[in-house]
Design a protein around this ligand. Structure first.
Ligand code: C5P
Length: 320
């Protein structure tokens, strides 16, 4: 008999870079991005009981209820596809704020797909799970792989990259954003307006892909410890930027303040994740990362986290 009770650490992600190529005919935007899973995580359990339907119990930060919740929708979708009998009870301890660009809802949904896929005698192929993930949202497929992941298309075409090693990641955003954060569709609409205002129509896809891949090729190796030593420490200073950053920095003075504070703390890489609201600073050493997180926490919301590699990510889900 396959197991009927599971627990998962549904990790958040950051985008190490995010390039918007163009608005597509279907209204979505063609992206080039690199995802990285980090240790800030929701705790999610899933139990199959007698009965019917899906029940979602939550604690921690606020989450959308019922059918508005991606984990709930994932459970309904997978139960139907796998013809699961019984009631699915999801218990979610929410720690990843929504509207932060950290992919919390998407990670919960992917965790449900991963758990329910193990609740049947013949688990569905990864390609099948990726298909469900895509239908739920552009960021969900990334969380079926975990670690360092290249995202193309809507961000939903995912390719596993070699893990980048043990970086410390300080997240920060203005406290006011804990009440709901920034909406992704609006961020894309702002980008559209900006492009129109500048008389631009978006780059040619293949040229941009080549350009992005060569950046990934040049920049990501710099994150690997052995190739990242200069006389004064790590050498990573610039690379793939996030095309939402400029717009987010103009929302309120707190955003550029956080940006400057992370730079002053000597983070070797400072960036925006997704369409915001969280920014991150990457550190080689835990001491300076902890100092930066503590100093940011005086005024803003901040978290001290680490990169989670692919194997560690996979171990975060188990039957019990
Ligand atoms: O795929 P997901 O449901 O997460 O997308 C939410 C919204 O974000 C979409 O309805 C769309 O407005 C915008 N989006 C986009 N291009 C992407 C991803 C999302 O325009 N690549």
């Amino acid at each position: 008999m396959p197991p009927t009770r599971f627990r998962a650490r549904a990790c958040a992600k950051i985008n190490l870079g995010l390039k918007i190529v163009a608005r597509r005919a279907d209204g979505f935007h063609e992206l080039r991005t690199v995802f990285q899973t980090i240790s800030l995580a929701d705790e999610l359990s899933c139990e199959l009981e007698r009965g019917r339907g899906v029940r979602l119990e939550t604690r921690g930060l606020p989450v959308p209820p019922g059918g508005d919740n991606l984990a709930y929708r994932a459970a309904e979708m997978v139960a139907e596809a796998l013809k699961l009998r019984g009631r699915i009870v999801l218990r979610l301890h929410k720690r990843i704020p929504s509207g932060a660009g950290l992919g919390g809802g998407s990670s919960d949904a992917a965790a449900v797909i991963r758990m329910l896929s193990r609740a049947v005698a013949r688990p569905p192929a990864l390609a099948t799970q990726l298909g469900w993930a895509r239908r739920l949202g552009s960021d969900v497929p990334n969380f079926l792989l975990g670690g360092t992941v290249l995202g193309l298309g809507r961000g939903d075409e995912v390719y596993a990259l070699e893990d980048l090693g043990p970086w410390h990641c300080v997240l920060a955003m203005p406290r006011a954003q804990m009440q709901g954060g920034l909406a992704t569709p609006e961020a894309f609409a702002r980008w559209d307006n900006d492009q129109r205002g500048r008389g631009l129509t978006g780059g040619g896809e293949s040229a941009t892909l080549t350009e992005f891949c060569s950046l990934v090729d040049q920049v990501l190796p710099a994150f690997r410890q052995e190739r990242n030593r200069g006389p004064r420490g790590p050498k990573v200073h610039a690379g793939i930027e996030n095309d939402f950053l400029r717009g987010v920095l103009s929302i309120s003075p707190d955003f550029p303040r956080i940006h400057r504070q992370l730079r002053r703390a000597s983070a070797v890489w400072v960036g925006l994740t997704g369409s915001g609201a969280a920014q991150f600073g990457l550190f080689r050493q835990s001491g300076p990362a902890a100092d930066a997180a503590a100093r940011l926490a005086v005024i803003h919301q901040s978290w001290l986290t680490r990169f989670v590699g692919r194997q560690q990510y996979a171990r975060g889900l188990r039957a019990w």
